[in-house]
Design a protein around this ligand. Sequence first.
Ligand code: CMC
Length: 431
Amino acid sequence: MRDTVTITDNRTGKTVEVPIDEGAIRATGLKELGLSSYDPAFLNTASVTSRITYIDGDAGILRYRGYPIEQLAEESTYLETAYLLIHGELPTQDELYGWTHEITHHTFLHENLKELMHGFRYDAHPMGMLVSAVAALSTFYPEASLVDDEATRMAQVVRLIAKVPTIAAFSYRHSRGLPYVYPDNELGFTENFLSMMFRIAEPRYRAEPELIRALDVLFILHADHEQNCSANVMRSIGSSKADPYSALAGAAAALYGPLHGGANEAVLKMLAEIGDVKRIPEFIARVKAGEGRLMGFGHRVYKNYDPRAKIIKQTADAVFEITGRNRLLDIALELEKIALEDEYFVTRKLYPNVDFYSGIIYQALGLPIAMFPVMFAIPRTAGWLAQWLEGVTDPEQKIARPRQVYVGAAERDYVGLGYRRTPGARSLATA
Ligand code: CMC
């Protein structure tokens, strides 16, 4: 038996034999038949080979560099996971020390960047500020354009992982009209972020260890998710050899959209709209009648369960022990219980996804809804950079340039302005 597939063009009888490699065939194999493949939204097209993140949607499996997400969420920290994503292996003690030191000492922003952030309107969306500020960083580090130089690449990786939380926190403080809080190098990555967000007049901000851990776990869970919309943008911009700040600004812009980083916000609005456990049956009936979706349920890839959702639910319990129970949690729990027993959701394999509980946790931490996509962008920075590094160092990759199936007008002659007609309208020449 050969590892090939044979394709016959039934119009001509011409046949090609295309090799199967790692469960995929090369679309260029169709060239011999004068054909290309058409796959809007990449539903069944791999654009890269990758060693970073593995997902098996049917089995509900997510692994970073081979390590199950459950073990990382239990045992690791966000910074260690970021190292794993970037370097491919868990760090030794010395490596982790060096990495933590490097990230900690690159968290400050150039004062001019702070001024740039000051320039935004008082009600600017923090995600718009983040996208703009990350793009602006490239002007502070012009050497970042040397993307073929390994040392230069790694210097920008450290800067981005370190500075994105600072930008994120500054964008929040700006929207609140509060003074920006500078990073505190004595604090760990996640506690420092909370300090930059919430410190007021105290000499040193200290968060509850359980809350720091909960946020760190959320960061681990959101750190990468293989070739999703924003990772694809990161790689695509990177393929033109643009600097990583510009590429990451593009990736963050992709995340901004409600179909990607905005679903947790939609969950929160939905729960608030339901308002009371008693109104759940009526809401479920409306969803089943096609009058809306149960937000935070369903996933393009996970058809069994989203492994991140299970962990997030436990994290939510830990957070509510400290912050007190969010009244929306009762609605969410009851909604989940009913949906998981309902034939409509069971037959369509609709399970809670990562966004079902993350918004409730962010809210319990005191974050406004507009900050939710920003909270996603902070840890995803490591994933985007891992994807970018893999892309720019892959000898098989070239500038991303999809083909198209042209379905527009055939060749036609130019018509002078006075002779043009729109259907149903009189031309200027005869008016
Ligand atoms: N509520 C009710 N019905 C649903 C839902 C839902 N949340 N999701 C899918 N369905 C139904 C859909 O109506 C369709 O039914 P039918 O076969 O009768 O027409 C069937 O299930 C298949 O749906 P689909 O739209 O073809 O599935 P998809 O794989 O294209 O969509 C999805 C995946 C995540 C966009 C969708 O499930 C959805 O809109 N969920 C709600 C939004 C949400 O929670 N998004 C966050 C995704 S996780 C974030 C991340 O990992 O990046």
